[in-house]
Design a protein around this ligand. Sequence first.
Ligand SMILES: Nc1ncnc2c1ncn2[C@@H]1O[C@H](COP(=O)(O)OP(=O)(O)OP(=O)(O)O)[C@@H](O)[C@H]1O
Length: 264
Amino acid sequence: MAFWTRQNKDTKSKEAAIAADFDASDKPYAVLQNVSLELEGRPVLQDISLSLQEARVGIVGLNGSGKSSLVRLFNGLRMPTGGEVRMFGVSTEALREELPRYVGFVFQNPDHQAIFPTVEEEIAFGLTQLGVARAEARTQALAFLDRHHCGHLAEKPFADLSEGQKQLICLLAVLVMKPKLLILDEPMSSLDGLATRRIGRKLAKLDQKILMISHDLDLLRNFDRVLWVDEGKIRMDSVPGDVLPAYEADLEQRAERDPEGLQP
Ligand SMILES: Nc1ncnc2c1ncn2[C@@H]1O[C@H](COP(=O)(O)OP(=O)(O)OP(=O)(O)O)[C@@H](O)[C@H]1O
């Protein structure tokens, strides 16, 4: 996880500008202008222009189509090699250090996200990054866990939790920092149906704007907008009722054409 600690006057005024921009609900929180991304000399994203302001945006696409690379542009984990990404009106180049404060990121695999031995420490870490002293961060973390019915997990080693509990704690570790936007990269892929529904219900109640990659299309049916990423480009961008049936039909056609998966 990339974090920052700097708190100076410039940062404060930048934060105020970002907050003002974000609070204007008619304004997009993310704008991509002719964005491209190359990794190891290979084009991964090509000439993407987008403007996002909806509360719930889903992303679908085949493995390797570029979904994870795309969402990593929104929190500064990746910088575009062409074009510009603006979050809350500011280029991610200029906002890189501050972005984790505004954009929470939940990874597909909780073990790639968690870095502390116990649940309480994992939650408290985000608070210390916001400038809360360690002892007070522990108190607030315990209260936060209680509010989310997870107080009984506080002293447990993260490694001993079930997959569903791990993913829930990773979500809480991000939420404790009160981000404006929450990005989730296939958060339910290793969860059973019950854990998926529990986390899904928690997500549905959040005030935060949500951008979620999912191979489980049912999770996106009530979203406001869905982007279909195909070979590094946006193939379709509309309401779920249009995009999801078109995507499913394409999957069927591909499976029919190449049942053994012999083509790239
Ligand atoms: N660090 C990297 N270095 C080089 N190539 C990369 C790197 N990360 C991803 N890629 C390549 O970029 C392309 C897009 O990968 P990405 O992970 O964004 O796809 P995805 O749609 O999220 O896939 P999945 O559904 O499997 O998670 C793939 O061809 C992948 O091999």
